[in-house]
Design a protein around this ligand. Structure first.
Ligand code: MTE
Ligand code: MO
Length: 219
């Protein structure tokens, strides 16, 4: 199938394309693709920790119970993956990043964060992009615990940036002196990744076939 035909097949309701809800170059999906590098982690939840460390007033290590005891928030958000799928109206439940900072009484001493997820996945983000109302450390999706493949026990959800920033199997926030690139950012992807500005790449465009994601696993 040629490119024009593939684009024609993409499901983009005219109203959503017109009202700007669907970013340029994206295709809508109602299924939820599963994308990650490496293995789905297995956990002993008694050993599981989430660390806040680096350039901060104090370093803190949280247990899963600590997270569940913090104020819980539901968000319903659209998500946009750089491999060109978008999915509307996803409801996640968890704790807002900024509520975590407040609950643990940590003052950031820098504006840049390296997000750490299992196994050895990283993505960099600016602190300002973590402070919004709908940035969650999520444990549930559509009212049920996240599935293992979508990041249980805890994933980040940063809906206003491409989904590679929404680190699954989240384990740490490392405040950094400088904005240094994480895993995909070292491999040619944009340092910030705003889907509405199509901030996909840092340099030359990388080839991303429009239908690559359709060949992935879904649930
Ligand atoms: N730990 C970890 N988190 C990750 C990834 C990964 O490889 N490892 N991939 C990212 C990418 S590229 C995408 S598009 C989303 C996919 O989330 P999903 O599988 O729930 O759709 O997870 C992001 N979070
Ligand atoms: Mo991705």
């Amino acid at each position: 199938m040629n490119k024009a035909e593939r684009i024609k097949r993409m499901k983009v309701p005219a109203a959503d394309a017109a009202n700007g809800r669907l970013p340029q170059g994206q295709a809508l999906t109602e299924r939820f693709p599963i994308l990650h590098e490496g293995e789905v982690p297995a956990y002993d939840m008694d050993q599981w920790t989430l660390r806040v460390f680096g350039e901060v007033s104090k370093e803190v290590t949280l247990s899963y119970q600590d997270i569940l005891a913090m104020p819980q928030t539901d968000v319903t958000v659209d998500i946009h993956c750089v491999t060109r799928w978008s999915r509307f109206d996803n409801t996640f439940t968890g704790v807002r990043f900024r509520d975590v900072l407040e609950a643990i009484g940590v003052e950031p001493h820098s504006g840049y964060v390296m997000l750490h997820g299992d196994y050895d996945y990283t993505s960099n983000i600016e602190l300002a992009d973590l402070m919004g109302d709908d940035v969650l450390l999520a444990h549930s999706f559509e009212g049920k615990p996240l599935t293992d493949k979508h990041g249980w026990p805890l994933r980040l959800v940063v809906p206003h940036l491409y989904f590679w920033k929404s680190v699954k199997w989240l384990r740490g926030f490392e405040f950094m002196k400088e904005n240094s690139p994480g895993f995909w950012e070292q491999n040619g992807f944009h340092l910030r990744g705003d889907p509405f500005k199509e901030e996909r790449f840092s340099g030359e465009d990388l080839p991303i076939p429009e239908d690559e994601w359709e060949k992935k696993e879904f649930d």
